[in-house]
Design a protein around this ligand. Sequence first.
Ligand SMILES: [Zn+2]
Ligand SMILES: [Zn+2]
Length: 846
Amino acid sequence: MSDYIPQEIESKWQDKWEADGLYHANIDERKPKHYALTMLPYPSGDLHIGHWYAFIPSDAHARFMRMNGYNVMLPIGFDAFGLPAENAAIKEGIHPMKRTYENIERMRGQLRSMGAMWDWRREAISSNPEYYKWTQWFFSQLYKHGLAYRKMSPVDFCPNCNTTLAREQVWGDDRHCERCGTPVIKKDLAQWFFKTTAYADELLNYEGMDWPERVKVLQTNWIGRSEGALVTFKTVPSGDNKNGEPFEIFTTRPDTLWGVTFMVLSPEHPLVDKVTTSENRGEVEAYQAQAARQSDIDREAADKEKTGVFTGGYAINPVNGEKTPIWIADYVLMTYGTGAIMAVPAHDQRDFEFARKYGIEVRVVIQPNDMAPLDGASMPASVPATGRMVNSGPLTGTSADEAFHAAVKFVTEKGCGKGSINYKLRDWLISRQRYWGAPIPMIYCEKDGWNPVPDAELPVLLPEDVAWKPTGESPLKLHPTWKQAKCPVCGEAAERETDTMDTFMCSSWYHLRYLSPHYDKGPFDPKEYDYWMPVDTYTGGIEHANMHLIYTRFFHKALRDMGITEGPEPMIQLRNQGMVLGEDNEKMSKSRGNVVAPDELVERFGADAVRAYLMFFARWDMGAPWNSSGIDGTVRWLRRVWVLITSSAQIKSARQPLGFFKADVPDDEIADAMLANAAISRENTRAFRRHVHQMLKRITRDFKQFEFNTIVSGLMELLNEMYAAREAGEVGTPAWNEAMDIYLRMLAPVAPHIAEELWTNVLGKTYSVHTQTWPVVDEEAVKEDEITIPVQVNGKLRDRVVVPADAGEEDIKSAALASDAVQKFLEGKPPKKVIVAQKKLVNIVV
Ligand SMILES: [Zn+2]
Ligand SMILES: [Zn+2]
């Protein structure tokens, strides 16, 4: 009997599987298809344990589906554009292209070491021109269909270095420039956007999607749909504001319009300059400057103290004609809604705190039915808005429920507002002032404006000869000739767009490129699309719930409306894994020194042990801190599997028709087991088969439910049963052979190498274990043995019921009450008492 040496068998099988094309996924109309997709890695150069934790269970599940008769495709590729490679280029002078492709080469080796069923022929790399040609083509399509547009939008800017900065280049709480320490300001820059908001309502519809509830909740909140009204306020004319310019606000509570006591504009609102009086100008400008230095996230933070400045200007409340002071405050963002709000301090806590801080009136307009009359001057906090309307003109006396619609009707009839729906979702900012991305394929001509690069001229290739200067400007902008182009309309000299695309654009459609990564007549081969799409199972981290998973849904829907894709959604089922933390319970990071290197583990224990341990050590959707001592148990288990199967294979060959032992049977124990064979009882065999089939049933269910930890613990448990059965002399019987067969098939998705070696080489079964079918549960074998229990009614025997041997008291009671004979004596009345005496007798008292 040879020892279990994973390093010897694993690379051997990986090579053979590869040579045989065992995992090639080809269109096969005779079989149902299963497109298994897992989020593609960024080529950082090192596959970390988190990748393994995401990929291995995804692979195991794909293998399970394959054994269940599906034609399974599991592709892999690289999300290869992005900032880290460019930053490294600036620091170390290595070209991002060189670095990226070296990293990819190294990671391919790591990905191969997993023994996963990747179809490498379908590998797609987003930075390959044959890929980004179509990323650019999609941009043009979106532009031509009115879903891409250009508008001014703020970026972080260093006034000292005179450049725009990426988010990563802004440091510290005071948000200073990474290079010179100057406080960063916001500067408006013309940038490209996709109209994701056009699909906001459709994105809220999750019909037919088997996605985790929490992802749907996260997306719903991100989209943030709210119903309310748009109301126009005029301003009181003064100074520069001769005509009393109007502005719009969105409110979800138009019923509280009579309780407005001040208005707040975002510091960036265009009206601020006009309404600010000369006495207030100094203070207003100082406040605007400090607001510009903060990020939107900081400004909106719930725990941040609300501050503001009075402009000296006034608005007129259209419902009652009142003069209302206009303030500016940094918690109101220009990018959300209209950049202006009405404040109702009596019924909104944020407005309340602001009003109390600055001594502004608090006016009650809703009186809750169960509270003493509210007094705006003395109330200690705002009061939630339910009850009866007071001080509200024509709305006074209505209930708060009716008031919403009454108020919308009122402002509509008055011509100062209308019902409206607002979304938190914003259009997708695509522009990056960066080199290492897909160039936006647009050309600007003085005469003809912006036009897309003609399709025949795609891809717009990235130039390789660029200089890495730490200027913060895109090397594309600094390149001497690259941006020179011909106008597609008039043919005169024109200029290219030098911005590149957000890498989320590349990853919005990679699942389509996998279909045919080298196809050159379109982004994908329609034949492949028709067979494989939509994605059946998508796996990846929950952190992508909002950006990637919304973008990719938007992308699919926009393409569908252009006739490029089909169906409502790109991915039917989504499953998220949790996170592997360091042993110190912290997020893994190089600086903390708590990173677990999977390569070392594979070298020491083999890929199968690492695979099985990653499935075993935590609930997959939860994640857990890494525990390095735990893997030993998994290694021991695999070794025991090896010993059991190899030794019983020898018994099998020892029992040749000639009836003598081969010389190399080493183990006295095995011989004993054989001799005991004759004595095994039929009850023992039945119990053994019951264990096997019950476990098969459980593991089948767990695979369907992505509960990988109980799959591995189930296999461990069953192995113990098999050792016990060996002790009982079961080796060599049909039940034993069946158990080995089932065990290896169930092991194959978890630990594909050892399963293959034991299946093909040790037991000599048909290669490959991975093309076998999933074993079928024998429901007869699963059934527990049954017992018969007499049932008495008022002490007289009336029936006997048959129940499973392990039935509980409640099961026995309901079986007894379900008996027709018993029901006859109950005469339709509920029994006074049902007594179950130790599974031996049921007595019913009526
Ligand atoms: Zn600077
Ligand atoms: Zn032109």
